[in-house]
Write a protein that binds this ligand. Sequence first.
Ligand code: NI
Length: 184
Amino acid sequence: MSTVDPQHLYNKAWLFASQAHVGQKMKGSDLPYSTHVAMVANELIFADRKESVGAFEVALPAALLHDVLEDTNVKQDELAAVFGVQVASTVASLSKNMIAPFSEALYLQGIASHSREAAAVKLCDRITNLQSAPPIWTKAKRASYLVESAQILSALGHVNGYLKERLGVAMIRYQKLYIDALDR
Ligand code: NI
């Protein structure tokens, strides 16, 4: 296997994702969707310094590309042609639209049984998403998002102790700042 230059891979995957998501915005924000995927990759890169997220040359592009199969016209074989079958199948495991009828439990089981890379990306995604709450979300919506986060933590936390702890901390912070602080 050839040596992968991670910086080059980052830019290649980020450009691909930015192009695929062009015109889409981050939830509850005016920022482009590419901001979100860069934040997820950032979380993953720092986590990997503390505890391996698995094969970095798979996990890194998967983090940047994690929503292209769910939210854009990009197809799995196209992704495989550019980034390899492992990256493409990792992203597929993270895509909710691949499961019909959808169930959160089935979705999380699929990620857990796919690979530690897939699980690490999902944990990073949720840690990132808990950084703030879309202003339009009601208290009930935020509370249910936290319940879902607890399901992610229990289904996937075992793959990476560092990310497990990060998600736990992010949940406590979210509860305090975005739920408890809300009147209604
Ligand atoms: Ni995401």
